[in-house]
Design a protein around this ligand. Structure first.
Ligand code: ZN
Ligand code: ZN
Length: 143
């Protein structure tokens, strides 16, 4: 069951440990969760894993590219396992709900900069802000 995760860890030269496997499983089942939620999810099944261990695992997984860290302005950092496909996110201003949005147009970087200033651009990160279906009624009362 965990063999895919073990292969992913070995592919980036990380030792296979129980906390690492637990964090990967949590992120597979719950994309776009913040650190506190990851800790809760991991400790539900593995009560002996410390907060610090989860922090360390998230950093190692992010550094090696197995996990993507996203941080919409004003929100806490979230983590997900969907990496390297240059997908974007739609974020609810009201409740912070996040959903994946595929590349706006074709392949990465998918958006052409109106002026690239001579840079070679390989990624465009777009955050679409708005109100999710649950929050739409609330948001309309205040516009
Ligand atoms: Zn919402
Ligand atoms: Zn995502």
């Amino acid at each position: 069951m965990t063999s895919a995760f073990e292969e992913q860890l070995r592919a980036v030269s990380l030792r296979v440990t129980r906390p690492r496997l637990a964090v990967l499983a949590a992120l597979r089942d719950h994309p776009h969760v913040d650190t506190d939620t990851v800790i809760d999810l991991v400790r539900t099944d593995h009560p002996t894993v410390s907060h610090q261990a989860v922090y360390d695992v998230l950093r190692a997984l992010t550094d090696t590219g197995l996990v993507r860290r996203i941080q919409p302005a004003g929100a806490t950092a979230r983590y997900e396992m969907r990496v390297r496909d240059n997908h974007h996110h739609v974020v609810c201003r009201w409740c912070g709900a996040i959903a994946d949005v595929d590349c706006a147009a074709g392949h990465a970087p998918c958006l052409t900069a109106s002026d690239d200033h001579g840079f070679v651009i390989d990624e465009a990160e777009v955050v679409y802000w708005g109100a999710c279906p649950d929050c739409l009624p609330r948001s309309e009362g205040t516009r």
